[in-house]
Design a protein around this ligand. Structure first.
Ligand code: NAP
Length: 295
């Protein structure tokens, strides 16, 4: 049995693991995909202290190396269920079963989809949820970005440097994104705003060719980058776990309603989802989990 299992190797999970291993705990991190979490899709990070202009990919790699150098064990396995048992928790994946005295959930969020009929069939063939990952495939082409938050505007700016033209489609006429970003977008000649518009139809044979909106536009685009927010990865993971609007209900103490189960990062209820608040949660959740293993 491990002392602490951390589910998710993003900034919150890896920070938690670093704190726990430095407290001499036997720590296992279980990660479904790749270390680093959502931040590895960010081109540059400018708001994390003492790491100006670091790329998201370098941030993720450096954090993983730091954790592994300190002795954190990382396994690539997707956790499907967590069950409280006598003296701790059973953590299951499709093929394996792990156990620990305490568990920290740091599973983050996944991109929200448009929910259109043929959306899934165009993924990788015109539809993307990450401009930094896939923007390079659309060099010199016309693309669209959907959304009005910081992510959408960042994606539009990033793509405006690669693509011939970028339509920025938003359902309202005001942006949720920071004013500075909105101002920057407005200075770009190759970004065209399409406001008060919802995407209603995706057209194309094998690859996306055009999109239609509910205010009468048909836009010929090779790519559509969907940035309309994110969904917490918590549903169905733990029986009896209290959720609020699909996020794990928790305060700044990172405790859940289940003793010994802690939560860190974007997957929990919180005011501000940022890198710095995710790493902060990691430290808080680990400290609480360490104390719990002593009880
Ligand atoms: P977000 O702030 O929640 O914005 C989501 C956008 O998508 C909103 O403009 C929303 O429209 C729109 N939207 C939601 N559902 C939609 C639907 N079904 N159809 C069409 N449009 C829809 O999400 P985010 O941009 O991913 O950002 C998430 C968090 O990360 C935020 O706190 C953000 O500030 C932060 N972030 C920060 C940075 C940074 O550089 N500091 C960068 C990226 C993200 P409405 O506005 O009409 O609701």
């Amino acid at each position: 049995m491990h002392d602490i299992i951390v589910v998710g190797a993003g900034p919150a999970g890896l920070t938690a693991a670093i704190y726990a291993v430095r407290a001499n705990k036997k720590v296992l991190v279980l990660e479904a995909l790749a270390c680093g979490g959502q931040i590895i899709n960010t081109s540059h990070i400018d708001n994390y202290p003492v790491a100006p202009h670091i790329t998201g990919a370098d941030f993720g790699k450096t954090l993983q190396k730091q954790a592994e150098d300190l002795g954190v064990e990382i396994e690539y396995d997707e956790v499907t269920h967590i069950t409280p048992i006598e003296g701790g928790f059973k953590v299951e994946s499709e093929d394996e079963e792990y156990s620990a005295k305490s568990v920290i959930l740091a599973t983050g969020t996944s991109p929200r989809k448009l929910g259109l009929e043929n959306e899934d069939s165009f993924i990788g063939k015109g539809i993307s949820y990450c401009a930094t990952c896939d923007g390079g495939f659309y060099k010199g082409k016309t693309v669209a970005v959907n959304g009005g938050g910081n992510s959408a505007l960042h994606e539009a700016l990033y793509l405006s440097g690669i693509c011939d033209k970028v339509y920025l489609i938003h359902r309202r006429d005001e942006f949720r994104a920071d004013a500075a970003l909105v101002d920057k977008v407005k200075t770009k000649d190759n970004i065209e705003l399409v406001l008060n518009a919802n995407i209603t139809k995706l057209n194309g044979e094998k690859h996306l060719e055009s999109i239609e909106t509910d205010n009468g536009h048909t836009l010929n685009v090779s790519g559509l980058f969907v940035a309309i927010g994110r969904i917490p990865n918590a549903a169905g993971l733990v029986d009896g776990l209290e959720l609020t609007d699909d996020y794990v209900a928790s305060g700044e103490d990172c405790k859940t309603n289940i003793p010994g189960l802690f939560v860190a990062g974007d997957v929990r209820t919180k005011e501000l989802r940022q890198l710095v608040t995710a790493t902060s949660d990691g430290a808080i959740a680990a400290t609480a989990a360490i104390d719990f293993t002593h009880e």
